[in-house]
Design a protein around this ligand. Structure first.
Ligand SMILES: Cc1ncc(COP(=O)(O)O)c(C=O)c1O
Length: 394
């Protein structure tokens, strides 16, 4: 089966109540008519045929009564982790949340108290800090070290920022926004840092499937199995299969006590996954789904090449090479412009909605993030618009 055309199909999302296109004018001042939505991390791709098929069958069946996270679903998650990531898990390690934003909020609730410090390594997915603040916990931001085209850990600096009042470390792997894939040695160092500081380690691995040839993603649990007593891994099909709207994610927890605590909280809240999300993920985590993901990665790799070549041809702009994710991280520091000037040109001249780097915390000040998970012609158009918007730098 070939899927390559699926990724270039223009599905009109405007007017479907999708956040990315229908909220872009209100949030970014870029109208959908004539604008390009390159901000929030969902793709413009229709999901895999095997996932759409299961929804068609459900619609034809027409009965949507009570269901649960049944063994076929749990076994599909187990199969995916084993076959795609070399990670052997057990079905009963898998708990289901309403997506990973929800899993992070639940974890803060279960394993920390108001006022506790929560460690993050910035620049990082902006919602980590927002969720920590909303929950009345304290963000303890430890900047990553810029190392040429990439980022490195600075655990000595991080150690100096801790006061002993920290309870949790939220780790992002692969890293959003830098697209960094961490090595097993780096992961072991992070696990050891968490152990040394008595921190629960939440490893958010939502971007683990979208890794480019030449890089290998390793789950934290595989790199540092010794961390299991304090490790909660978060995974989801939402980015991989563009099914984020189903709000279904997984918390994979090997440790029985940690698992029991989260299971209890889910019961207390009477939380259970929706039937359609469960069926979609069961269908996605299959050999058919895997073949579709491989085709998607090939499409994204070419989008990344075109975008990087075009952006890096503009003096002063530098798109960092992504090892994973469809989120290009572009440094504007050599333009000498303020963030407001850069954002205005992208919004008003290029008519692109892109995510502002400063929202990702320390280290993101001179950056903008562009979502490349769209058709090839839209990426080509975005490059053209950026070259025109920053044409005076040529
Ligand atoms: C690192 C990371 N974690 C979590 C999420 C949100 O996941 P969900 O849509 O499952 O709430 C995102 C979305 O961009 C993300 O990049």
């Amino acid at each position: 089966m070939t899927f390559s055309d699926d990724f270039n199909e223009h599905v009109d999302r405007v007017g479907t109540n999708c956040t990315k296109w229908d909220k872009m004018e209100a949030l970014f001042g870029v109208p959908a008519e004539g604008g390009l939505a390159m901000w929030t991390a969902d793709s413009d791709f229709p999901t895999a045929p095997c996932v759409r098929e299961v929804l068609r069958k459900a619609a034809d069946h027409g009965v949507f009564g009570y269901s649960w996270d049944h063994p076929d679903y749990l076994n599909a998650v187990v199969w995916w982790m084993k076959n795609r990531h070399g990670w052997q898990i057990e079905p009963d390690w898998v708990l289901t949340s309403q997506g990973l934003g929800n899993a992070i909020a639940l974890s803060l609730d279960v394993w920390s108290n108001p006022g506790d410090g929560i460690v993050i390594f910035s620049p990082v997915y902006h919602e980590f800090a927002m969720k920590i603040n909303r929950a009345g916990r304290k963000v303890v931001e430890c900047p990553l070290k810029r190392d040429g085209d990439t980022y490195a850990l600075d655990l000595e600096d991080a150690q100096a920022r801790l006061t002993g009042a920290e309870k949790i470390l939220i780790w992002c792997s692969p890293q959003n926004p830098s697209g960094r894939v961490w090595t097993p040695e780096e992961l072991r160092q992070v696990a050891e840092f968490a152990r040394r500081n008595d921190l629960l380690l939440i490893s958010d691995e939502i971007h683990h499937d979208l890794v480019y040839p030449g890089s290998t993603f390793v789950p934290m649990d595989v790199a540092a199995p010794e961390a299991r007593p304090c490790l909660v891994t978060l995974t989801a099909a939402s980015k991989t299969f563009n099914v984020a709207g189903q709000r279904t994610g997984n918390m994979i927890i090997a440790d029985p006590d940690l698992r029991a605590a989260m299971r209890h909280r889910l019961k207390t809240l009477d939380y259970g996954p929706g039937m359609l999300g469960v069926e979609m993920i069961t269908a996605a985590y299959s050999p058919e789904g895997a073949a579709w993901v491989d085709a998607q990665i090939a499409h994204l790799a070419e989008n990344r090449r075109i975008f990087d070549t075009g952006i890096n041809a503009i003096p002063g702009l530098h798109s960092l090479p992504l090892a994973a994710t469809y989120l290009a991280w572009v440094d504007f520091s050599d333009t000498g412009m303020t963030h407001d000037e850069i954002a205005a040109r992208i919004r008003d001249d290029a008519k692109i909605a892109a995510s502002p780097g400063p929202s990702f915390g320390t280290g993101g000040e001179s950056f903008m993030r562009f979502n490349l998970a769209t058709s090839r012609d839209r990426v080509v158009e975005a490059v053209k618009r950026m070259q025109a918007a920053f044409g005076d730098l040529q």
